[in-house]
Design a protein around this ligand. Structure first.
Ligand code: ACO
Length: 388
């Protein structure tokens, strides 16, 4: 075994061999199973893309129809899960609600048969089908309303928007939302996927795998950035304020949300597609003034931080699209999770075939052979400011 040098954040350390997706960060290329994201965004659907990611090939018409029907059939959640969700605090973040609900699925579907393809398929179908229902249910239940049951006449994305807004969505809105899900479905070994893989490597159940990934996605340095971007755009308030805002962030070493990426050193290809989706949506349903602020921010940051490879990432334009679709800010990251569950499950399934428990090493920096001091003999350390 070769011993590697310590790399903070595991930057540059390969942690798996995978054929699910590919990122070329210098040239802004993203492929799922070898197919460019730009092509999938235009020609595929989220469920077809999920199938591609998880089973490694584009489905035939029969395979796709069967998969879509299975998912449609499993979209409802058990009344006891809804009852459990009713007890969640209404002020709780929807990502925390989702993490808890996803983990709870493991209580109801407890069988763990990781070598049984039927079990694998059922778990994939259940998670893809039920997560949108749980996200939409919490959105209504936290206001004291009953959740809306899935509508069997609507496809995956249209049905989610219907459960969320309580009215059938415009076909353009449903299509744009479906493209957003496709764009967010997978992205190699990022933090949440790695979390999923570490959890999966213990051979626990797929509901625990997804729940741990949801917890990781929630943080502002990862999926949570999409929510922070709109807060930032609101704080900036006008195009004129963009330059002073960026200068202040740079001077104070504050990260600007929605910019920068561990792998991409150019504009994230998903941000480019999301920007054009935002324009398409605004042309059909009305302009959003925050878009001008966002474009100005992108220009100023290219000038000030472009030399460091800081450009918009996937989270920068997604919030503007979601806002126009009537999705509340704190549901942006759960929507990301609805999509990314496809990628997490693809990695789970891929890893099961070659599993070895993750157990990295560390560089110990503490002391050795210290005496055990009895409690009555311990002194309280006081610093130069008199603080204990
Ligand atoms: N704003 C300003 N400067 C930045 C930003 C940013 N958003 N991102 C990176 N930088 C700067 C850093 O200050 C650092 O500068 P230095 O070398 O002069 O110290 C340099 O670029 C490298 O930054 P790191 O933080 O070391 O890069 P890392 O690869 O560890 O972090 C990350 C990547 C976490 C995404 C970072 O760019 C960031 O915090 N961005 C803002 C949050 C965000 O948008 N997250 C979503 C990412 S996409 C996703 O997870 C789905």
């Amino acid at each position: 075994m070769t011993v590697c040098e310590y790399s903070p954040g595991l930057e540059g350390i390969p942690a798996a061999q995978s054929s699910i997706s590919y990122v070329d960060g210098k040239n802004g290329i993203l492929e799922y199973r070898g197919i460019r994201i730009e092509e999938l965004a235009v020609k595929s659907t989220f469920l077809e893309t999920a199938y591609l990611l998880i089973w490694g090939k584009l489905p035939t018409q029969d395979e796709l129809s069967e998969f879509e029907t299975d998912i449609l059939y499993h979209r409802r959640i058990k009344y006891s899960i809804r009852d459990m969700m009713k007890c969640f605090p209404e002020t709780g973040h929807p990502m925390d609600a989702l993490q808890t609900s996803a983990a709870a699925l493991g209580l109801f579907y407890a069988r763990r048969a990781l070598d049984d393809p039927t079990y694998i398929r059922q778990a994939v179908v259940r998670l893809l089908a039920k997560i949108p229902t749980m996200v939409a249910a919490f959105k209504l239940m936290r206001k004291g309303n009953d959740p809306v049951q899935p509508n069997d006449d609507l496809g995956y994305s249209a049905n989610f928007l219907y459960m969320l807004t309580e009215r059938p969505p415009d076909p353009l809105a449903a299509r744009i939302f479906d493209v957003c899900l496709t764009l967010h479905a997978e992205h190699t070994i990022n933090a949440s996927t790695f979390s999923a893989m570490v959890t999966a490597s213990t051979l626990t159940d797929p509901y625990a795998v997804v729940a741990s990934a949801v917890g990781t996605l929630a943080g502002p340095l990862h999926g949570g950035a999409n929510e922070e971007v709109l807060v930032m755009l609101e704080e900036i308030g006008s195009k004129e304020n963009v330059l002073p805002y960026v200068e202040k962030c740079i001077a104070n070493k504050h990260k600007i949300m929605g910019f920068g990426h561990r792998v991409y050193k150019v504009k994230d290809p998903r941000a480019t597609i999301l920007q054009s989706l935002a324009q398409e949506l605004f042309a059909a349903t009305g302009y959003d003034d925050y878009y001008d602020i966002a474009v100005e921010l992108e220009n100023v940051i290219a000038e000030k931080l472009g030399s460091k490879g800081i450009y918009p990432n996937v989270d920068f334009y997604s919030g503007l699209v979601y806002r126009k679709l009537g999705i509340p800010n704190d549901l942006f990251t759960p929507v990301f999770a609805i999509a990314r569950v496809a990628g997490w499950l693809a990695h789970w399934k891929e890893q099961l075939a070659v599993n070895r428990i993750f157990r990295p090493t560390q560089v110990y920096q503490g002391e050795h052979n210290l005496p055990y001091i009895p409690i009555e003999a311990r002194v309280v350390a006081i610093d130069s400011n008199g603080n204990k």
